[in-house]
Design a protein around this ligand. Structure first.
Ligand code: DC
Length: 225
């Protein structure tokens, strides 16, 4: 199997880029953040707060999270229910960041991620893919951008959806999330020693994709079709 790991902070463009690389190479795209988001939704629906680690450890055992693909799109199932339409809110994202510090949550989701990567050629994005989930990935990318650029991209995205938002609040949220993801005890976000750094601050999506596909071809990545 050929595995590409893409890690980096919130809003660096990982999912947009990973999805398009998977499409071009004929690989399967695995969005691990969506799994942590589905778990966070489950905890929120059960009125559990991030300040209750024991309850999180206990309750997360009741969440059966699985992934199916329909027309190439990843669908996250939470106890059999398609939750794709419910996990993209700021509330769920912040809860995902907070609850993903929990070792029991991580253990459960990492096992699922490793199983998916054994079964198919994948492009997997997240925070700990190159360092923990797929330490032997064929190609590891650490994709980042300045927090100003990431906040502006998120702001434009929300405005395009017609949502009212304040760029200073978005930037503060992004920096808080980075801080938590980078400083947690278990599998914090960091660049793996053998990961290649791509800073997308001054690059277009196409440029980033071409750079990564170029690296993949150089490293011997095959087409999955
Ligand atoms: O990439 P995202 O914004 O959808 O991820 C939501 C949160 O999930 C992120 O703030 C931290 C957590 N996460 C993680 O801990 N490990 C991963 N591999 C992916 C996401």
């Amino acid at each position: 199997m050929y595995n590409i790991a893409i890690d980096g902070p919130a809003g660096a463009g990982k999912s947009t880029i990973a999805k398009q690389i998977a499409e071009r190479k004929g690989y399967i795209y695995v969005d691990t953040g969506a799994m942590y988001r589905a778990m966070a939704l489950f905890l929120l629906e059960n009125h559990i707060s991030p300040e209750e680690p024991e309850k999180i450890s206990e309750k997360c055992q009741e969440a059966d999270i699985s992934i199916v693909y329909e027309k190439g799109e990843q669908i996250v199932l939470l106890n059999g229910r398609n939750v794709n339409g419910l996990i993209r809110t700021e509330e769920v994202g912040n809860m995902a960041s907070a609850s993903s510090v929990n070792g029991d949550v991580r253990k459960k989701l990492v096992e699922l991620q490793q199983k998916l990567a054994k079964e198919a050629d994948v492009v997997m994005d997240g925070r700990d893919i190159g360092t923990c989930v797929l330490p032997d990935a064929d190609l590891k990318i650490y994709l980042t951008a300045s927090s100003d650029v990431r906040a502006k991209r998120r702001y434009d995205e929300l405005r395009a959806k017609g949502e009212e938002c304040d760029i200073t609040v978005i930037k503060r949220d992004i920096e808080e999330r980075d801080d938590r993801d980078m400083h947690r005890e278990i599998s914090p976000l960091r660049q793996a020693e053998d990961a290649l750094l791509v800073d997308s601050s001054d690059m277009t999506i196409e440029e980033v994709i071409d750079r990564i596909i170029g690296l993949c071809d150089k490293e011997g990545g095959r087409h999955g079709y």
